[in-house]
Write a protein that binds this ligand. Structure first.
Ligand code: SF4
Length: 76
C-alpha cells in the first residue's frame, strides 16, 4: 500500500532558523521574517526522502510528516 504524506509546520514551535528551506526548496520557501511557507502538495519519491531528512534536521522539532492518503490499488 502506497502512503502519501505532506509536510506540516508547528508555527508555535518554529523559531525561524530557515534550515528547512535550504534542505527542501522544492516545497518550502521563507517569508520576509524567515518563517517557512509550506507547499502542501503530497510528497512522494525523491522529494519525500528529502522531506524526511528535513523533518529530522529542524532544530526546533517543528516539522512533521502528515499522512494524507493511501493507495489501496498497490496493496498486496
Ligand atoms: S528549520 Fe524548523 S525552526 Fe527553522 S524555519 Fe524551518 S520549521 Fe522553523
Amino acid at each position: 500500500m502506497a502512503v502519501t504524506y505532506r509536510i506540516v509546520v508547528d508555527p508555535i514551535a518554529c523559531t525561524g532558523h530557515g534550515v528547512c528551506a535550504d534542505l527542501l526548496p522544492e516545497r518550502i520557501a521563507l517569508d520576509d521574517w524567515g518563517y517557512p511557507i509550506i507547499d502542501k502538495r503530497p510528497l512522494d519519491g525523491e522529494v519525500l526522502r528529502h522531506a524526511r531528512r528535513t523533518v529530522t534536521a529542524c532544530p526546533a522539532l517543528a516539522l512533521r510528516l502528515e499522512e494524507v492518503g493511501r493507495d489501496a490499488a498497490n496493496a498486496r
